[in-house]
Design a protein around this ligand. Structure first.
Ligand code: ADP
Ligand code: NI
Length: 211
């Protein structure tokens, strides 16, 4: 489909130089996983594909924490492509509400399509790739890998989550290890099991080598 192909090219060009873990290969995997989950769970494929491809489109380096920029940039692209307004609105509302915002924050209610794209994104935050992305992000943002004196937090608000000082190892406790039980669909829950186990094995090994 021309719209999907052009969107892929646009996203690929935009995220090509990213080194924070929000790169084109991440988006390609999210797109692939979203299609895989949709095969089992259903949903509107056009909305799912567009939301998966555009979910990280806003430049992460400049807009981290401002969740209005992503939907805005996506809307501009979809309008330029003459996508139907209801599809555009649905895609943008998914992008606006799918992000993890802290362990104790209340999550927005997502449509089936939103749930599928969120699950696909979260699968890429766990397992071997998820670990690599966490350390890539940690290096990119300048936080330490680990610090025994800084304990993990269970954030009550998005403000607190995005502004808190943390380490990459703490990020495992603050987000990555929680994702398995927060998958929306049965298909993603199953895919998450194995990746979650690998996180635990890796963490134990990291902490034993550290000490
Ligand atoms: P979401 O996908 O829920 O919107 P983010 O975009 O914030 O979440 O996270 C994208 C990637 O960056 C994930 O792989 C995540 O684990 C990683 N990441 C985010 N914040 C941190 C952090 N403080 N330390 C290490 N990795 C992080
Ligand atoms: Ni993502």
């Amino acid at each position: 489909m021309i719209l999907i192909d052009r969107t892929k090219t646009y996203v690929k060009q935009t995220l090509e130089k990213d080194s924070s873990g929000h790169d084109w290969p991440h988006v390609r995997r999210v797109h692939h996983h979203a299609l895989m989950i949709a095969q089992e769970e259903g949903g509107d494929l056009l909305v799912i594909e567009l939301a998966a491809l555009l979910h990280d489109i806003a430049d992460w380096k400049f807009h981290r924490g401002d969740d209005s920029v992503g939907p805005h940039v996506a809307r501009e692209w979809l309008q330029k492509m003459d996508v139907a307004p209801d599809v555009t609105e649905h895609v943008c509302s998914i992008i606006a509400s799918m992000s993890f915002k802290g362990a104790k924050t209340i999550s927005a209610k997502l449509t089936l399509e939103g749930q599928i794209v969120q699950d696909a994104d979260r699968l890429d935050a766990i397992g071997a790739i998820g670990i690599a992305r966490a350390f890539a992000y940690g290096g990119f943002s300048g936080q330490p890998m680990h610090d025994e004196k800084l304990l993990p937090k269970s954030h009550q608000s998005f403000e607190d989550y995005k502004s808190s000082k943390t380490t990459t190892i703490n990020h495992f406790y603050e987000k990555l290890l929680l994702l398995k039980d927060r998958m929306n669909t049965a298909t993603a829950k199953q895919l998450a099991e194995d990746r979650h186990e690998f996180l635990e094995v890796y963490l134990n090994r990291f902490l034993s080598e550290w000490s």
